[in-house]
Design a protein around this ligand. Structure first.
Ligand code: SF4
Ligand code: MG
Length: 322
C-alpha cells in the first residue's frame, strides 16, 4: 500500500519565558524528532500516557499548530510550507475529530447549521443540494433527520460525537485524525462509536490516525501502533506484534495493564512508578530510565536511537542495540 502521509523529524518546542523581561529561558520539547508514516487506508494508533505529545502531534500534522522543525509529506508534498490558499484546499482532505464533543460544537448553532458550515465555506456543491447532503450524513452516522433542527445540548455525549464525526465527513476527507474520540464517553457508548468509525472507514475508504491513552481502545481497530513517550517514538509495530511481543519496556508496561481476553495467558502487571516526567526537564539518556524496570548504566547517559527492523517496525531501547 502507498504512503499517504509521512512525518520527518517533526518537532514542536514551546518557549518557556521567565521574569520581568519574559526572556525565553528554555524550551518544552512537546514533540521531539518524530518520524513515521501512515499508509493509505490503514489506521495508525498513537498511544502513550497523557502529556506525551500525542495531541500536539495530531495538530501539527494538519497545521492546527505550526511545527518548529521537520516535514509533513502528504501525497508526496511537504505541506508545512504550503501557502494559505493551498492549505485551505488541503483541509478538505485532512479532518479532525476532537476528544470533547461538548466543547467542539458551537452551542448556538443547530446541527443543520453546524453541518452546513463546511459546505458554505468551500461551496463544493450548489446550495440547493446541501440539505440533502446533510440529511444523508446524519443517516450515515446513525442520527435521525429530525436532528437537523436541534441544538448540541439536546443530545447525549455519544450523539454529539456522531455530530462531530458527520462534520468531519462533510467535505469528503481522505485522512481523519481522531484525538481520543471516545475517552469522554461512557464505556457502554464507546464501542458503538468505535464501530461507527470502523464502518465509515470501510464505506468511505478513509485513512485514520487514532490517538488514545488507552491501548484496549486502540486494539479495536488499529493496524499499526506507534507508542510515544515524552515527545518521542519508542516503538512502532503492527498491532499483532505489539500485543503478542511488545519490545520496549514502556510498551510492555502499558500492555500489562490491558486485561487479557484469555485468562490462561495471565500477564504479570508491570506497575509504572512515578508520573511522566515534565517535558520541560526530561531525564538524561533514555527519557524512560527513571521508571524502567530494565534500566542499565548506559540508559542514564545515552539516548537510544530508533532502530528500524526489516519488517518496517522500530524500537528505541538499548536492550535491542547490538
Ligand atoms: Fe529501559 Fe534502557 Fe530501554 Fe530505556 S533504553 S527503555 S531505560 S532498557
Ligand atoms: Mg491529549
Amino acid at each position: 500500500s502507498e504512503i499517504l502521509l509521512e512525518a520527518k523529524g517533526l518537532k514542536k518546542y514551546f518557549p518557556m519565558k521567565k521574569g520581568f523581561l519574559r526572556r525565553t529561558v528554555s524550551h518544552v520539547k512537546a514533540v521531539d524528532d518524530l518520524s513515521f508514516h501512515v499508509l493509505k487506508g490503514e489506521t495508525l494508533g498513537i498511544v502513550g500516557e497523557s502529556g506525551c505529545g500525542k495531541s500536539t502531534t495530531g495538530r501539527l500534522l494538519i497545521r492546527l499548530l505550526e511545527a518548529t522543525e521537520g516535514e509533513v509529506i502528504y501525497k508526496g508534498k511537504n505541506i508545512l510550507h504550503t501557502q494559505k490558499e493551498e492549505m485551505r484546499e488541503l483541509r478538505k482532505e485532512l479532518q479532525m475529530v476532537f476528544q470533547d464533543p461538548y466543547s467542539s460544537l458551537n452551542p448556538r448553532l443547530t446541527v443543520g447549521q453546524i453541518l452546513e458550515e463546511p459546505l458554505a465555506n468551500y461551496q463544493l456543491s450548489p446550495k440547493k443540494e446541501w440539505r440533502e447532503k446533510i440529511l444523508e450524513l446524519l443517516q450515515v452516522v446513525g442520527l435521525g433527520e429530525q436532528a437537523i433542527h436541534r441544538y448540541p445540548h439536546e443530545f447525549s455525549g455519544g450523539q454529539r460525537q456522531r455530530i462531530g464525526i458527520a462534520r468531519a465527513l462533510m467535505l469528503g476527507p481522505e485522512l481523519i485524525i481522531a484525538d481520543e474520540p471516545v475517552s469522554a464517553l461512557d464505556v457502554s457508548i464507546q464501542s458503538q462509536v468505535l464501530n461507527l468509525l470502523k464502518d465509515l472507514q470501510q464505506r468511505f475508504a478513509l485513512t485514520f490516525i487514532f490517538i488514545s491513552h488507552d491501548l484496549s481502545v486502540v486494539n479495536h481497530f488499529c493496524d499499526r501502533i506507534l507508542v510515544m513517550y515524552l515527545g518521542r517514538v519508542v516503538e512502532i509495530s503492527s498491532k499483532k506484534n505489539l500485543f503478542e511481543r511488545p519490545l520496549h519496556p514502556y510498551s510492555q508496561a502499558l500492555l500489562s495493564a490491558v486485561p487479557s481476553p484469555d485468562p490462561r495467558r495471565k500477564k504479570d502487571r508491570i506497575i509504572l512508578t512515578g508520573d511522566v516526567p515534565s517535558p520541560s526537564n526530561p531525564p538524561s539518556g533514555c527519557a524512560f530510565h527513571p521508571r524502567c524496570p530494565a534500566c542499565m548504566d548506559i540508559c542514564k547517559q545515552v539516548r537510544p536511537a530508533l532502530r528500524h527492523t526489516a519488517d518496517g517496525e522500530a524500537v528505541a531501547c538499548h536492550l535491542y542495540s547490538e
